[in-house]
Write a protein of this length. Sequence first.
Length: 199
Amino acid sequence: MFTGLVEEMGTVRRAGPEGDGYILDIAAGTVLEDVRFGDSISVEGVCLSVTEFDRTRFKFGLAPETLNRTTLGDLKEGDCVNLERSLLPTTRLGGHYVQGHVDGTGRIREVRADGDALWVVIDTSPDLMRYIVRKGYIAVDGTSLTVVETGADWFSLTLISHTQPLVTLGTKKPGDRVNLETDIMAKYAEKALAGRIAE
């Protein structure tokens, strides 16, 4: 589990096929301070297990399902990525519960200044929109954000000036894809209600 509060932006050293698999090698600092083999780290909102590391970088193997469902296959050398270590029992929860299990992707439709904030509109599928509500939580590339408005196949949010230089969303532009994870509570509520209706 994660909070959606990005700890740092890492830099992709290498992304691509290796042997029979696909690897992602990232340079970082903060999240490596207490890293251990097999630890879970959120990379652009995707929960990945560390397979190799040293003091300045770490490495993950990506399954075909991960490449198909997320934007990680789009990454290339030099790209910045949001990083967050998994929760500890003593962690202050300042965002919301984020699993790192991406539901799908969206595409940025619009980015514009709103005072010193950024107003961002993201298009996504109606299948995901059923779980996205006004003033609800959403994780965009692993960043916990509050939904401002919604439509049939889009939602909007604002990115305050403090957050803009700390997360990758602050550098993205119309046409860019983003990873989306909706609030898990909505999915549990839907399943519980469906069970009652079937009775």
